[in-house]
Unconditional design. Structure first.
Lengths: 696, 254
């Protein structure tokens, strides 16, 4: 045991811990209900909680993340038992519910669990010291090797990688959920999610609803974390900053997302929820406890988004290298700034809307309860005020990655720099005025429809600017089809389809028919894949050598691309086709008379192919860390400052500060240069076109 | 620009802004009486809000280019200042959302509340901000004792507000039959006052921290934490300036 590989030890303990938690849960369940329920919620909840902590205990020992997770379990029990005790003293009749604890106890337990996690992992240590008047050093040294990724590091590069790894974990989980319910949809009638199934207090169709809802929200959170991952890793390097403006808050913003992930998984086993990720009342006011876990998880993850974006804005405004004026800022930084403006402000509204439903359930406050004078449509306004701009939070950094990488691989200046920079801000601001286009069929006031239709169509203008720039940049360039470039081109094409299928939804007359059909599902998968997923993979392939000093296999990268892209087209076009032919969203079954069986089967096969291609990416990602080809130089022959120093990036970024002396994307222009490193009168020249270290 | 000049400049700017605010309030009153136009009122209210924010930004030197080296305390304080203001912008979206909720659910009606108590707690909170500003200025001028006394007054007044709302106003409302689950008025009232009270509570915790650390002389040189607590306290105050009319004054009794 002592000499075992930590990963194997972790996996072994994962199984052991999960089994112990399951056993404890079974006994509790037996004591409460008197029956032995092998597929019940309580045993599964304990299994989840114990398995996570045990895995990291085996991997890492009792410190860092393990301590956080153990404290989270303890905090949850303390909070829940505290409320249970108070309820017992108050003489409430229902002290324990079907999920062992009553709903208020679970809610308070979940809240305390998040706070306990943050204390346990150590994300609040320095702030607690400051409050007591004890000063701590500005930066702390991380241990070398992999261990620094499992504890609270203040280094933006470590945090960026932590974000990315968590995002990949959530993509894997959310994708698995999709494959499960996609299999059920392959044929009409119920095959395995049947009515007599009973798992986690849910029958088959209910479990379908939960999996579908969780697929949505876990992918969204994974995207938010992925966005933070790229921004955290790259933005300070592009700016020439030593770190983010607020390193402790940066760490806090990451670590608060980890207990949120645990709460998401708890929502699955605690009865689930069948509202979809939108959580509309009145359904969400009646769903099982899983609904509350979902609300709390989104609320907690929202803090990550808000504080992370605050940090990005402060960093961009205050920590740029000398000479980096606003019109010499890398495009990706502009995109990150625009995204952060949305995430900083609008996120509060989804938190508030979920909080109001939470209170409606707990205290009977009738915000959205028509019987008590409330207004369910109000929820939709508040919810979409965030959740539509959120789409731009996902895609703006992705579009920024496209604009950042494109000139590198076509060896030409970026066309229309100013327009691209301003279009990001334009999309962000127009994005605030379009939310009610999700509500054309909701029964909101009719006079609101037309203005929202026009504001929605207006989004196409700044987005179109980006497309013109990309096409003009590619035009006449010397294109190198490296893996990141393939994903960039894929992103442009897929996002174009996503963009073109948007206006039909925005037009009221069409939307009345398209609303809640699979057409919409096809449309938004196109926008999100084109706007985030393809660029995210491109960014991973592109900056991987910077982070690790090795590169991912080109062959398997291209396999990933050529497997994923056609399957993806089949999937989303097929979704639109079944949507137009009458397939509703979010339902477990469809009438065989619709004649959709064969199309659905093809969609399911395509979904599995996408899953397999992402699996290839995962293997490539982890295998290349140790065994990839060494790549310590300027792999892509880029002008960007981070590629002018050896990889992997040293702990404190640039030993010699650089100064910006030219335009960022003047590829191919003789004699042009972007940055100049200088210290003590000694000047190192790094010309964009001259400092070529090809692929080594 | 020397320090003294800076101060008198700030003062005259402050006087101007308050004159503008008074004129705008008069205009608001005029519009409300003669036109009864809600959009016009909203426009004037927004202009007022922008003026107040501008004034605070000026007092706290948010729009001034200054400071030296990037690793210096002054430069870092500037970054912290920006971070805090960004946080307040974010937070104001919560309170904005609550105001939207109140307008949507209650419209031009208002809950039946104890007017005298409402005026009382509002005055207490506004006066606390005066002591906060006084304490902060005293610390800037090197008067640690004055800072402690005034911060203590701020804390006590803030505590008075909190207890007045939670223990007295909430109890009175419940006795009158307005409970959280009784209808939209109760839901809006308890949610809005509750969310605000939560922020007052966090503000009180911050005040306690700067009082204890300030007593040990930690902020004699590096006093950004005091400024941060003060700005946060003013923010909580400004929120109440919007919540008080929304709950107690606007509209007729339901």
């Amino acid at each position: 045991m002592r000499n075992m590989n930590p990963v194997r030890k972790g996996l072994l303990l994962l199984i052991l811990g999960g089994a112990v938690g399951y056993g404890i849960g079974l006994v509790i369940d037996l004591l409460i209900s008197g029956t032995l329920n092998f597929s019940g919620s309580v045993s599964a909840a304990f299994a989840v909680l114990f398995a996570f902590s045990s895995f990291f205990f085996g991997l890492y020992g009792y410190r860092g993340i393990t301590r956080g997770l153990v404290w989270q379990v303890v905090g949850m029990m303390l909070g829940a038992f505290f409320v249970t005790g108070i309820r017992a003293l108050m003489g409430k009749t229902e002290i324990f519910g079907p999920f062992f604890f009553s709903e208020p106890a679970w809610v308070v337990g979940a809240l305390t669990s998040v706070v306990f996690f943050l204390f346990g992992v150590g994300a609040l240590d320095d702030w607690m010291k400051w409050a007591r008047g004890i000063d701590t050093p500005e930066h702390k040294e991380d241990p070398p090797g992999w261990e620094k990724y499992f504890y609270v590091s203040y280094d933006h590069k470590v945090i960026g990688i932590q974000y990315t790894a968590t995002a990949l974990f959530l993509i894997a989980v959310g994708g698995t959920f999709a494959l499960i319910f996609r299999s059920e949809l392959a044929f009409s009638q119920l095959q395995f999610l049947t009515l007599d199934l009973n798992l986690f207090n849910q029958n088959g169709p209910k479990l379908y609803n939960t999996l579908m809802s969780l697929h949505g929200i876990m992918m969204i959170i994974s995207i938010l974390l992925g966005v933070s991952g790229i921004i955290n890793y790259v933005v300070p390097l592009l700016l020439g900053a030593r770190d983010m403006a607020f390193p402790r808050m940066n760490a806090f913003a990451y670590w608060v997302a980890v207990p949120a992930t645990v709460l998401f998984l708890l929502s699955l086993v605690l009865g689930g929820f069948d509202t979809g990720w939108t959580g509309y009342p009145p359904l969400s006011a009646r769903a099982p406890v899983g609904m509350q876990m979902f609300f709390l998880a989104v609320f907690t993850a929202g803090w990550s988004s808000i504080l992370g974006s605050l940090n990005v804005i402060a960093t961009v405004l205050r920590m740029r290298a000398k000479g980096m004026t606003s019109m010499r800022l890398p495009i990706f930084v502009w995109a990150g700034l625009a995204t952060s403006i949305i995430a900083l402000t609008a996120t509060q509204l989804i938190g508030l809307s979920f909080q109001l439903v939470m209170f409606q359930r707990l205290f009977g406050m009738g915000f959205f309860d028509a019987a008590k004078g409330g207004n369910p449509v109000l929820f939709q306004h508040m919810f979409w005020f965030y959740s539509h701009p959120a789409v731009y939070v996902f895609v703006l950094p992705g579009l920024g990655v496209i604009s950042e990488l494109l000139p590198v691989f076509v060896r030409k200046p970026l066309f229309g720099y100013r327009w691209i920079a301003m279009s990001s801000l334009g999309i962000a601001f127009v994005g605030f005025t379009v939310w009610a286009h999700h509500m054309f069929t909701s029964g909101m006031n009719e006079y609101l429809r037309v203005p929202f239709m026009y504001s929605t169509l207006l989004v196409a203008v700044p987005t179109g600017v980006k497309f013109f720039s990309w096409v003009a940049t590619i035009w006449g360039g010397k294109i190198e089809f490296a893996t990141p470039m393939l994903f960039v081109i894929g992103a442009i094409i897929v996002f174009l389809i996503g963009g073109l299928t948007g206006p039909p939804n925005a037009a009221i007359a069409l939307d009345l028919h398209l609303h809640d059909t699979y057409w919409v599902v096809g449309h938004f998968h196109d926008t999100i894949f084109g706007g985030f997923v393809f660029p995210f993979f491109a960014a991973n392939y592109y900056w991987y050598p910077k982070a690790t000093g090795r590169r991912m296999s080109e062959f398997w990268g291209k396999m990933h691309f050529w497997l994923m892209t056609p399957s993806f087209f089949v999937l989303t076009f097929g979704m639109m086709v079944v949507g137009l032919r009458g397939m509703r969203r979010r339902i477990v079954d469809y009438d065989p008379g619709l004649g959709l069986d064969s199309t659905h089967l093809i969609l399911t096969i395509a979904a599995f192919l996408i899953g397999f291609s992402v699996f290839i990416f995962f293997v490539n990602f982890f295998y290349s860390m140790k065994n990839g080809e060494k790549a310590e130089g300027n792999v892509w022959n880029s002008r960007s400052p981070e590629w002018q120093v050896p990889s992997p990036m040293p702990a404190h970024n640039y030993e010699v500060p650089f100064e910006v002396v030219g335009e960022p994307y003047d590829y191919g222009l003789p004699g042009s240069k972007y940055v100049e490193f200088s210290a003590n009168g000694k000047t190192h020249h790094h010309h964009g076109e001259e400092a070529i270290v090809h692929g080594s | 620009m020397d320090h003294k000049h800076d101060k008198s400049f700030l003062l005259s700017q402050g006087v101007f802004i308050f004159v503008y605010l008074a004129v705008l309030t008069g205009l608001e009153f005029f519009i409300a009486i003669s036109f009864k136009s809600v959009p016009l009122l909203v426009v004037v209210a927004l202009v007022k809000a922008v003026l107040v924010v501008y004034y605070y930004m000026h007092v706290y030197k948010l729009n001034v280019e200054h400071e030296g080296e990037e690793e210096s305390y002054e430069y870092k304080s500037g970054t912290n200042r920006l971070g805090l203001w960004l946080f307040l912008i974010s937070d104001s979206f919560v309170f904005g959302g609550l105001l939207v909720m109140r307008i949507n659910l209650l419209g031009l009606t208002r809950p039946e509340l104890n007017q005298l108590l409402g005026l009382g707690v509002t005055s207490v909170l506004l006066i606390s901000s005066f002591f906060m500003n006084r304490g902060e200025t005293m610390l800037h001028n090197g008067d640690r004792k004055g800072f402690l006394v005034n911060t203590a007054w701020t804390f006590l007044l803030g505590l008075g507000f909190l207890l007045g709302v939670i223990l007295v106003e909430w109890r009175l409302a419940i006795e009158e039959g307005m409970t959280p689950d009784s209808g939209p008025a109760g839901a809006a009232f308890f949610m809005m006052t509750g969310m605000h009270a939560f922020h007052v509570l966090t503000g009180l915790i911050l005040l306690a921290i700067i009082w204890f650390n300030g007593r040990r002389g930690l902020y004699d040189e590096k006093n950004y934490p005091v400024e941060a607590a003060a700005v946060y306290w003013h923010f909580v105050d400004v929120v109440w300036i919007f919540f008080y009319p929304a709950l107690y004054l606007i509209g007729r009794l339901a």
